[in-house]
Design a protein around this ligand. Structure first.
Ligand SMILES: C[S@@+](CC[C@H](N)C(=O)[O-])C[C@H]1O[C@@H](n2cnc3c(N)ncnc32)[C@H](O)[C@@H]1O
Length: 258
């Protein structure tokens, strides 16, 4: 199971500061339509980028609580939001939220559920802590929608198939609508957010993911260290030839708790 140590947390933070993920946060904030004074929960808050932006919207009369299982991520989040008295971070699990029933007006869970073995338990917890009429925004990636240039097609197939097995839900978006309905969420809306990289720059989303996905395939014994390196080097060569292309779709689900 993918764990975020200090190195992985910093790599995610860097790639999540890139324009394509900044745009995703703007769309998440638009969907949640936060108001001053509201209480918001960020489940799997990571480096606290969204929590930071949400805190500016709810203001000092509001409250943003970020929960994450990774200590390294929480450290980055705390540093980022140290100047914002309306934000607090707690170590915890999406499947067992340390929060009272019906205590939040809104909740975000972006790029987290694919890692959670029991998605239904996490959704049940999110419903429990939201007030009736509370808004939710969930973002998930469908890794089966990934498009990538590569001169190493056989390795690409092995490595991407390895990612399919490395996370519990690599294509959760196709199930999320019915799952949200099952947990009494209504007014469900979904929009696609493509993450397109035509450059393999060091901090781009796809460069960070390529390293993560290659490492996961290597860890599972699907490719050797040399094969993982060959695959990554090919991506660098494509960049030098200005032939690099990557795109994957993320999906933003917004809904209201009945
Ligand atoms: C890809 S990062 C996304 C971070 C943040 N939501 C964002 O979009 O910027 C995934 C985060 O989910 C956290 N995570 C994974 N499984 C979790 C679980 N079961 N409970 C709480 N956090 C979890 C990880 O530690 C990591 O910080």
């Amino acid at each position: 199971m993918m764990e975020y140590d200090e190195k992985a947390a910093r790599a995610t933070e860097r790639s999540y500061l890139e324009p394509e993920i900044v745009r995703q946060r703007i769309r998440t904030l638009d969907a949640l339509a936060l108001r001053a004074g509201e209480r918001v929960l960020d489940v799997g808050c990571g480096p606290g980028l969204l929590a930071h932006d949400m805190a500016l919207q709810v203001g000092v009369a509001g409250r943003v609580v970020g929960v994450d299982k990774s200590e390294a991520m929480l450290k980055l989040a705390q540093q980022r939001c140290a100047h914002l008295s309306q934000v607090e971070f707690k170590q915890g699990m999406a499947e067992n939220l340390c929060a009272e029933d019906q205590s939040f007006h809104a909740l975000a869970c972006t790029q987290v559920l694919l890692y959670v073995p029991d998605v239904k338990q996490a959704l049940s917890e999110m419903r429990r802590v939201l007030k009736p009429g509370g808004r939710i925004a969930v973002i998930e990636t469908d890794w089966r929608s990934a498009v990538l240039t590569s001169n190493e097609q056989a390795l690409t197939r092995k490595i991407t198939a390895g990612w399919d097995d490395a996370v519990p839900s690599p294509n959760l978006p196709v199930q999320l609508g019915p799952l949200l309905r099952e947990f009494d969420f209504t007014a469900i809306r979904v929009e696609a957010i493509p993450v397109l990289n035509t450059s393999y720059s060091a901090d781009s989303f796809s460069a960070a993911m390529a390293k993560t996905v290659a490492a996961a395939a290597q860890e599972r014994g699907l490719v050797s260290e040399a094969e993982a390196r060959t695959w990554l080097d090919d991506l660098k060569r494509l960049e030098q030839a200005r032939a690099y292309f990557f795109c994957v779709n993320r999906f933003l689900f917004s809904a209201v708790r009945a």
